[in-house]
Each structure stands twice: as structure tokens, then as C-alpha cells.
Write a new protein. Structure first.
Length: 503
């Protein structure tokens, strides 16, 4: 019978002289006494996480776990939370990306303590006797014990975490965690009552290297590269990167059952082989690798820029003509809506000239000024182009209300746009730019992320630190000029090119 490996492929934890794992052993035994029996791999997670130095402090201040869905990663966490509250008196703040996930975790832990203090129907009266309060109010779920131990459950937002002071911050669904959310939550453990704060991060691989999941990617990189000396990281995954494989190699990779064994510790325990076979027939190979085999996107480590630096710099102009005619404007915004990027494409004798018009901080109070700024430059003549999945799409109704020609790119059109800009630089040499460093850095930081099996691609960032905004905005502007703009007649009077900066 095919069964998942109980030993993680990646298991990294500080191992100072004299460290001990008594808490991990006791936690597993304690939970088992209440029916929460750990799989061997779940017990291993606890042993890597709950190491103490010979002076009694936690060896690691960040505990990480990544394993594909439905394997039971929350089982390890429940063991830690149950033991931590009851035996160590620790305070936990359990956060998740979605409300339903936080509520589900609350219900699972409440199973041990009962519905309320002095609950005559409690399954474990001795645990219920420890309860001071159970809060069932939606969004404020919590279990508080007489010994000071507690766990509170919330869904994350930019402002979540205010007013909490805890020992352990739990970041479930960390593949959807953003830096803004982390910045709001991290102070909750700054003054941990235990004096020994811990952050727990759990999740699956992010779909792409975007702002979503960036803190999780950084944590993994810190563990694997050895730059974070106080992280305990456990990962069940096979060897290999999707980006390194041809379509045929990827198909063989996902069908190799040795990779199933490496990636699915609950295989043969709570996940049937037949279930995995059915998923394989329904998912694309790329999706199966991520969702079931827990294969992470490649971050750095040899990924090459889509457009080599020499080829990009060869298209830079030292002296940009001052009689260029605006053809199209591309608009992008980061996920946090704190920065807006605007690029322009202008008709030139050689083809098109692209550059950044703005790459600046933004908040919603500046929306009207932004719309006015765009209107002053494009009126009803030149298209404004936005990727359908960009937060900048929120400007679409306001721009259209002013009468502007707004074009929102479908996924297929955006893929065409990426290919079109690539060809314009690498093959046709029909595009130039003015050498702006922010744009150059953005171009250098993206690779060709395959879409389907036909050779099509879209941009993706090589590393989470890459700002893709300039590249996306220029790609949209260039596509708008090629597909939607009208080139002026040769005998028309050219309008003087004005400075395109936010004032």
C-alpha cells in the first residue's frame, strides 16, 4: 500500500548544545490523552518547533510548516495550542486569511474545553474546569483559562491585531499573508507575557511570487539559505522546480508516485491514493504540483531575467526626442493600494517609445487628483490600459465616467501584451526607453512564467522583493499603443511632448 513519508524533506531547526525536546514529547502525549493522536509526521513537527535551550528558552522564535492541503497541518498546531494553554499558560492569537478558517479552528479547539465555563455537557470535564470564559461572538471568538492561558481567533486585515498582547502569534494560511497585515500583527508579541515570543507560520506555496505570501516566502528563504538562525522550518515536498521543467518533464514529475510519497504525509492515512489519482486527472500538471505536491515557486537561485540587461540597455536613448505624440497610457497599482505606477507609450519614427510617467506613493484620498491628472494627458484621444487583475482596475468606472477610453486586458490579452513587449525588445527592436532606473530594475526582476503549453507566458517576479509595477504598466502602455491607439497621419502637426510627472 502506498503511504506518505513521515519524514520531511526539509527540516531545519536550531540545535544549540544541550537543547531538549521535553515539551514536544509532553505535548504529543498530553493531546493523545484527549483523543488528539498525532501522526508520526505531526509529532516530528512538534519536535522541531518546541526545542528549548539548556536555559529554558525556545531555540527558534519562528516556527514554520508547509504541507499540501488536507494532510492535517492544523493537527500539529492544535497539539501546541492545547498543551501551551493548559500546561504552559501561554496566550495565543490565532489568525487566518478567511473568517471561516478562523471559526473552524475555534470550533476544533473548543471541542476540548466545552461550549462555556461550567458546561455540564463538556466532553472533558477536567479541561472545562480550567475555563474562565468561552466567547462565541462572531469575530471575537476566544477561550480563556483561569491559569492565564488563552487563544483568540481573528481574520487578518490591515488593522487587525490592535489591542492584543500575546505570547504566540499564529499565521495560518500564510500564503495569503501580506506585509501590511504582518506589520499590524507582529507588535502583538513584542511584550509577550512569557518573555519568549514565537511566531507560527503555516500554509501552502503561494500561487505566484506576488505581495500575497511575501512574508511566508521570506521566512522559507531565510530557513533554506541559512540567513535566519532562529527559525524552525518543516516542509513536505519533492525535489524539483516547475520552472526548470519542460512540459513533458513536468507531466512525468507529477505522475511519479515517489513524489507523492515525499509530498503527502497523510497518503494512505487520511488521503486515499484514489483521491490523488482523481485530482491528477482534473488539475493541470502545474496546479497539481503546487496544490498537491507542495512545490514552491522558484525564488532566485538561477532564474534568468526574461529580458537580459544588455538587450534592455541597448534600447535606451540618451536623447529622447521632444516631439513624440502620446499613444497610450498604462496604469498599475500594488496590492496594498499604497503606490501607483503610470507608464506611457509614444509614437516615434522607429516604432514606440516607453517610459514611466509616475511611480509614486498613493492613498485613496488622491483618487480624484489621479483621475484629473490622467484626463489632462489623454482626454478622449489615447487609451488607458489596465490589467484585469490589477488593483488599478478600481479606477475604471471613474475614468470612463470622464469619457476616457479605458481598455481592461483579459488574461489572454495580458499574455499577448507580455509577448508583444518581449518581441519588440528582443526581436523587432521597435521599442525604446529613457533608461529610468526604476523601470530597468523592474525589467531585470521578472522572468517568463509559462501559461499553458503553447509557449505563451506572463511576467512573474524572480524574487519577492521585485517591484513589478513599472514592468506591468509599460507592458500595458505598449500593448495599448499597438492594439488600440491610432497613429497620427504623416501630414498632421505633432504636438509638443510635455513632462509626464505627478505634481
Amino acid at each position: 500500500m502506498l503511504q506518505g513519508s513521515q519524514t520531511p524533506r526539509i527540516a531545519i531547526a536550531p540545535s544549540p548544545s544541550g537543547f531538549w525536546t521535553d515539551d514536544a514529547d509532553d505535548a504529543v502525549d498530553f493531546a493523545a490523552g484527549y483523543g488528539l493522536v498525532a501522526d508520526p509526521w505531526q509529532a516530528n513537527v512538534c519536535s522541531y518547533w518546541m526545542r528549548r535551550t539548556k536555559r529554558g528558552r525556545w531555540c527558534a522564535n519562528t516556527w514554520g510548516l508547509t504541507v499540501s492541503r488536507q494532510n492535517g497541518k492544523n493537527g500539529s498546531l492544535e497539539i501546541v495550542e492545547l498543551f501551551g494553554m493548559v500546561e504552559l499558560g501561554l496566550k495565543f492569537l490565532h489568525t487566518a486569511h478567511e473568517v471561516k478558517t478562523a471559526r473552524k479552528a475555534f470550533r476544533r479547539l473548543k471541542h476540548f474545553f466545552g461550549e462555556k465555563a461550567n458546561d455540564p455537557a463538556a466532553k472533558f470535564p477536567e479541561l472545562n474546569a480550567l475555563v474562565r470564559e468561552v466567547r462565541n461572538t462572531n469575530g471575537q471568538e476566544a477561550i480563556e483559562l483561569h491559569n492565564g492561558g488563552s487563544v483568540e481567533f481573528i481574520a487578518r486585515s490591515k488593522g487587525s491585531g490592535r489591542g492584543y498582547t500575546v505570547d504566540v502569534l499564529v499565521l495560518d494560511e500564510a500564503q495569503d499573508l501580506t506585509d501590511d497585515q504582518l506589520e499590524a500583527l507582529q507588535p502583538t508579541i513584542s511584550a509577550a507575557p512569557s518573555g519568549d515570543p514565537v511566531t507560527i507560520m503555516m500554509g501552502t506555496p503561494p500561487k505566484d511570487l506576488t505581495d500575497l505570501g511575501e512574508p511566508f516566502v521570506r521566512a522559507r528563504n531565510g530557513a533554506i539559505k541559512g540567513t535566519d538562525k532562529r527559525i524552525a522550518w518543516v516542509e513536505h515536498s519533492p525535489r524539483g522546480h516547475v520552472e526548470d521543467m519542460t512540459p513533458a518533464e513536468l507531466e512525468a514529475f507529477v505522475r511519479d508516485r515517489n513524489n507523492w510519497v515525499a509530498a503527502i504525509p497523510a497518503l494512505g492515512i487520511r488521503i486515499l491514493v484514489e483521491t490523488v489519482e482523481a485530482e491528477l486527472s482534473r488539475f493541470s500538471a502545474r496546479s497539481f504540483a503546487r496544490e498537491r505536491l507542495n512545490v514552491w515557486p522558484k525564488s532566485g537561485g538561477g532564474v534568468l531575467s526574461a529580458i537580459p540587461a544588455a538587450r534592455w540597455s541597448a534600447r535606451a536613448l540618451e536623447d529622447v526626442p521632444n516631439d513624440l505624440v502620446l499613444a497610450s497610457l498604462g496604469l498599475d497599482m500594488n496590492l496594498e493600494r499604497t503606490k501607483v505606477t503610470i507608464a506611457v507609450a509614444a509614437f516615434a519614427d522607429h516604432g514606440l517609445h516607453c517610459e514611466l510617467a509616475a511611480d509614486a506613493p498613493f492613498d485613496d484620498a488622491g483618487t480624484e487628483a489621479l483621475v484629473d491628472w490622467v484626463w489632462e494627458r489623454v482626454k478622449r484621444r489615447s487609451p488607458v490600459v489596465i490589467d484585469a487583475f490589477s488593483p488599478a482596475r478600481s479606477f475604471e468606472p471613474l475614468l470612463k465616467k470622464r469619457g476616457m477610453l479605458v481598455r481592461v486586458l483579459t488574461t489572454g490579452e495580458y499574455v499577448q501584451a507580455c509577448g508583444g513587449l518581449y518581441d519588440a525588445v528582443m526581436k523587432d527592436k521597435t521599442v525604446t526607453h529613457d533608461g529610468q532606473q526604476r523601470l530597468t530594475d523592474s525589467v531585470a526582476g521578472v522572468f517568463k512564467d509559462p501559461v499553458g503549453k503553447s509557449g505563451a507566458f506572463k511576467w512573474n517576479r524572480i524574487d519577492p522583493s521585485v517591484d513589478m509595477g513599472p514592468m506591468v504598466a509599460v507592458t500595458c502602455a505598449h500593448f495599448g499603443a499597438v492594439k488600440f491607439a491610432r497613429r497620427p497621419r504623416a501630414d498632421s502637426t505633432r504636438k509638443q511632448r510635455s513632462a509626464l510627472v505627478l505634481g
